[in-house]
Design a protein around this ligand. Structure first.
Ligand code: ADP
Ligand code: MG
Length: 696
């Protein structure tokens, strides 16, 4: 049996290792930077590097790497060994402060949205001391940020760190205006629940669509999908339980507090949730969770699919970003306390979030936009593409009372009574849950549920932090100049809630009525990524990011360009994969079956005459028609991809991909899936949905 407390964090250069191995002044200085976010004293770098190297080598490491998050969906690393010549024949293991602090890389080989060209390619990685170094695959990983020669951020993390600072500064101003000066930093925390699918590697290897695009592009539905609702929280299969157990152990070794695991709604779909932590650390850890899920699956003959929509017709995967704001003295500013109606501080922060979400609903929608997520949002399995806030009965009633100037009477929280005396009783929560809301208050945090399963969580949190910082800054300005802070705070709360109430919606977010109602309220409904991407460059949004130095206009334009390009490339790869599978596998298989049918029909007719070949004849006719349809649709799809590429800019290309390529792909799929239902299993070249989702 593994002793969990003993292995927990054993691969991490964490606080206790630092304390044990660093001279006390170096330790104090580094810890100060980690806790306060203040600039690091570079003179300690040599000693930290040397301690890190000794620790890592003792654990079998031979290499180190700067680890960063470029504007792709995955992390990047380049390994250097610690070896350094010692005379002609020998080596020693070395790692300098300079190597710890700074790395150089060719920025033009990563997406830069025009910020870096091949001719001026220099990019840097710089140590992010707020996230612990760790060992994986005999390599010391140093979390870093990535930026260009001109200082523009080229990664997901730099703007996130900047947004956390912005929020901290503005929240501290509000707290101090309210007379609370005990905190010296305000932190946002995130717990990201990660959904994923597991598929048998043997089947996976036969599906080029899964290999190249992460999702199935063809596949007739299995006789059983998720209609019996028997998978969610269902018992774990032994193979899956063993997989999950290894994932947990690997994560615990990396100091990642994997806490909850269970089967999800769709067959072969699962979820893992860690305990929440500061956002930038949660970001690194979520990347490691996704990486660990994929690596460990190989040991169990499976592949972990993190795509938002691996299978049509059954639920896709998301990521729930549980987000809260707390002080370094340990107070959660989103905790309503016993009496929320008279908790001014809570109501101020709540109002700030409500206003931020309403004013920047476009940016929030933008922050979760991806070609993969286009298949989920608004498809009645995930929140709609419309951003709204669920507050729950109690807070909703408080908001009503504040806006309407009436008294709020607290509803008594009933005790449970289920008619079985032996079952313990407790008080009901103050509100029921709502699973359909994209942004739901859940007791002392907000759960942003629109994120796609494969996405990097930085952007949604950058938007949340910065938008809320913006509102808190306005609040602080007003409070700092007020004669009576209490009166001013009340006035701000009332005014904000009155103006931004339209964003609050407690009903069923999946319903048609909500779409119509949201339209009446003037809320945005940006259905696809291509609709959402341009929001980034709206004047008000450029102003917001610029106001706190989170991202300047060049950095925003770069991200905008990368997103459009990535959209085009992603859909382009999907289309090409479809055409390839059709030409090399689908059409030949149908033809083979046609040949078999014709041979059988001929033989039967020779023996028994024309009367006995009705079945073969009808199948031959149907399949011939389908095959021709498949062939001509694939040809049209090919023509469309050529037209898409010839557009004058990537926005126009993306629109063409969405409006012409995607519908053609859907038509091609329809014809292929119809054929799959007629061709015998042993002749069909792709493993079926039944095999993929039920035979892990
Ligand atoms: P559910 O699926 O019921 O929403 P889970 O237990 O799967 O709940 O996940 C809840 C997530 O919210 C966990 O990652 C948890 O650590 C996180 N969480 C709990 N409290 C907070 C908080 N104050 N701030 C941020 N995240 C939180
Ligand atoms: Mg959960």
């Amino acid at each position: 049996m593994t002793n969990i407390p003993n292995i927990y964090g054993c691969m991490v250069f964490n606080d206790s290792v630092m304390k044990e191995r660093l001279p006390s002044d170096v330790y104090t200085s580094l810890k100060n930077t980690i806790q306060t976010g203040k600039t690091i004293d570079v003179s300690i770098a040599n000693e930290v590097a040397s301690a890190m190297k000794d620790w890592a080598c003792e654990k079998g490491a031979t290499h180190y790497t700067h680890w960063f998050q470029p504007l792709t969906s995955v992390t990047a690393e380049k390994h250097d060994s610690f070896i350094c010549p010692d005379g002609r024949d020998k080596v020693v293991m070395e790692f300098s402060g300079k190597e710890l602090i700074k790395g150089e890389s060719d920025a033009s080989s990563f997406p830069s949205g025009g910020l870096r060209e091949t001719c001026n390619a220099r990019g840097y990685t710089a140590w992010d001391p707020s996230s612990y170094a760790f060992i994986k695959n005999k390599t010391l990983y140093i979390p870093t940020v990535f930026f260009s020669y001109g200082g523009e951020s080229l990664d997901a993390k730099t703007p996130l760190l900047r947004s956390m600072d912005a929020l901290s500064e503005q929240a501290l101003r509000v707290l101090s205006a309210l007379g609370d000066t005990s905190a010296s930093r305000v932190l946002t925390s995130v717990g990201a629940e990660q959904e994923y699918f597991l598929v048998n590697k043997e089947f996976y290897d036969k599906r080029e669509d899964l290999i190249y695009t992460g999702r199935t592009l063809f596949g007739a539905p299995a006789p059983k999908g998720e209609e019996l609702e028997d998978h969610y929280f269902g018992p774990l299969k032994t193979k899956v339980a063993e997989y999950m157990s290894e994932v947990d152990t690997e994560l615990w070794k990396l100091g990642i507090s994997s806490k909850t695991k269970h089967n999800e709604v769709a067959p072969s779909q699962h979820e893992l949730a860690p305990i929440y932590e500061p956002t930038s650390v949660a970001l690194d850890h979520n990347m490691l969770i996704m990486d660990t899920m994929k690596r460990v699956a190989e040991h169990h003959g499976m592949v972990a699919l993190l795509h938002e929509k691996p299978y049509a017709g059954i639920s896709g995967s998301g990521k729930h970003n549980n987000w809260s704001i707390s002080t370094d003295t340990g107070e959660n500013l989103l905790s309503p306390g016993k009496n929320p109606a008279s908790n001014t501080r809570f109501l101020l922060f709540l109002s700030a979030i409500i206003r931020a979400v309403d004013e920047y609903q476009d940016l929030l929608r933008f922050s979760v936009a991806s070609p993969g997520n286009d298949h989920r949002l608004g498809a009645n399995e995930a929140p709609p593409a419309i951003v709204s806030i669920f507050l729950g009965d109690e807070l909703e009633a408080i908001v009503e009372a504040i806006v309407g100037d009436t008294d709020y009477t607290e509803k008594a929280r009933l005790k449970t009574n289920i008619g079985v005396p032996s079952v313990p009783t407790f008080r009901y929560d103050s509100t029921d849950r709502n699973r359909t809301s994209p942004f739901a208050f859940t007791g002392n945090k907000f759960e942003f549920r629109m994120l796609g399963s494969s996405q990097n969580i930085a952007m949604p949190n950058i938007v949340l932090n910065t938008a809320v910082a913006g509102v808190l800054c306005d609040f602080a300005d007003a409070l700092e100049n007020a004669e009576s802070v209490t009166d001013k705070a009340k006035e701000i709360i009332k005014q904000t809630l009155t103006c931004h109430r339209r964003i609050i919606f407690n009903g069923n977010g999946y319903s048609e009525e909500w779409v119509a109602e949201a339209h009446r309220r003037g809320l945005l409904n940006l259905k696809t990524s291509v609709d959402a991407y341009p929001c980034l460059l709206a004047d008000k949004n450029i102003a917001l990011f610029g106001r706190f130095g989170v991202m300047n206009e060049a950095e925003l334009r770069a991200r905008h360009a990368v997103l459009f390009e990535t959209y085009c490339k992603t859909v382009g790869i999907e289309a090409k994969t479809m055409i390839d599978i059709v030409n090399k596998k689908i059409i030949p298989s149908i033809e083979r079956y046609l040949c078999e049918l014709a041979t059988t029909a001929k033989a039967k007719r020779d023996i028994c005459g024309d009367g006995v070949i009705a079945l073969e004849k009808s199948l031959i006719l149907k399949l011939t028609e389908l095959c021709e349809n498949i062939n001509s649709t694939a040809q049209k799809l090919k023509d469309h991809t050529v037209s898409a590429k010839s557009k004058s800019n990537s926005k126009q290309s993306a629109e063409y991909y969405r409006d012409c390529v995607c519908p053609e792909m859907a038509r091609l799929r329809l014809a292929v899936d119809a054929a799959e239902q007629l061709v015998p299993a042993d002749l069909w070249p792709l493993p079926s949905y039944g095999e993929l989702t039920y035979k892990q």
